[in-house]
Design a protein around this ligand. Structure first.
Ligand code: HH2
Length: 326
């Protein structure tokens, strides 16, 4: 079974800021942690994690994002060894079954390097290459796409007193510096993420979501993660497990404003919501053709094979076919 990066040759993510009709990707969150804010302890064994990955793939995920360290506000850091112990066997097991792109949600270069050796295809670094001085050269050497996320402070301190004069303007300035740093280090495929909930008040989060199109000036694909986050609870009063309506509403909002990748826990619900939104927007038929062809690379979910094959082929077409990839 080839690695996803071999299969896709190079993972390219759509730039929907410039090409809004391109298909938006759904990234399924898989936290192999005891303490993540919404699913901590649920996928804390290899078997449970792999089962959840299969479920998300069958439900329409385009990417699986695997993390071994909670970055919720106030979270304590885990050692790299512990982080690796949690996620490497899960990445290896998923890779044995599927060629779907896997991203590794880590701030640590050693973990990123070992995850890529096990078959991960994308580095998702919430510190935007600031936490580990070896991360930039590790990513450049691996030649994989890197997701740079904005965060004010660190997870331990970020929600104490976030302050901005113009949150969107400051996030853009942050990325201007980070993108140039990453490019100078030799990383060519970069995705940006405004970091909803990372060192932001409710008002900061809302302003960033409202003003998402301003990030288009940076010329990169944009990933957004609102799923189940506390700002939704602040608005609706819903506890973490009951934030699906708010998650969908906020994700469709950013989809309309050019987000290329939606990082979500509830893949089936998000994929269905997107299917409807894309159909109303008239994009549905353009995606339909690609669903007719199959792929030999799929996990063994009986009864799901046709749709999984079709979707993987569609994903391959999407991630490889865009002429406007970053
Ligand atoms: N949010 C979380 C973790 N990683 N990565 C990116 N790029 N964007 C995000 O918004 C983002 C992220 C936090 O969510 P979760 O992984 O569910 O929780 P925890 O950090 O507690 O594991």
């Amino acid at each position: 079974m080839p690695r996803a990066s071999e299969h896709f040759s190079k993972v390219q993510l759509p730039d929907r800021m410039r090409n809004p009709h391109e298909r938006c990707l759904v990234m399924g969150v898989l936290n192999v942690t005891p303490d993540s804010f919404s699913d901590g302890g649920v996928y804390n064994s290899i078997d449970a994690a792999v089962l959840q990955a299969r479920t998300m793939i069958a439900a329409g995920a385009d990417i699986i994002d695997i993390g071994g360290e909670s970055t919720r506000p106030g979270a304590a850091m885990v050692t790299e060894a512990e982080e690796q112990h949690r996620i490497l066997p899960v990445i290896a097991a998923i890779r044995r079954e599927s060629v779907l792109p896997v991203s590794v949600d880590t701030r640590n270069a050693g973990t990123a390097r070992l995850a890529i050796a096990e078959g991960a295809d994308i580095i998702n670094d919430i510190s935007a290459l600031r936490h580990d001085p070896r991360m930039a050269e590790t990513a450049a050497a691996a030649g994989v796409p890197v997701i740079l996320m904005h965060m004010q402070g660190t997870p331990a301190t970020m929600q104490r007193a976030p302050q901005y004069t113009d949150v969107t303007g400051e996030v853009i300035a942050f990325f201007e510096e980070r993108l140039s740093f990453a490019r100078d280090a030799g990383i060519s495929h970069l995705v940006i993420d405004p970091g909803i909930g990372f060192g932001k008040t409710l008002e900061h989060n809302l302003q960033l979501l409202r003003e998402l199109p301003r990030l288009g000036v940076l010329g990169c694909s944009v990933l957004v993660g609102t799923s189940r986050k506390s700002f939704l609870g602040a608005l609706t009063g819903a506890d973490t497990p009951d934030r699906l309506p708010g998650s969908i509403a906020s994700n469709l909002h950013v989809w309309e404003r050019g987000a290329a990748v939606l990082r979500v826990h509830d893949v089936r619900a998000m994929r269905d919501a997107l299917t409807v939104a894309e159909a109303i927007a008239g994009y549905h038929q353009a995606f339909q053709g690609a669903t007719d062809s199959g792929s030999e690379n799929t996990h063994a979910g009986a009864g799901e094979r046709t749709s999984v094959e079709a979707r993987q082929q569609r994903t391959a077409d999407t991630v490889n076919g865009g002429t406007h990839a970053v």
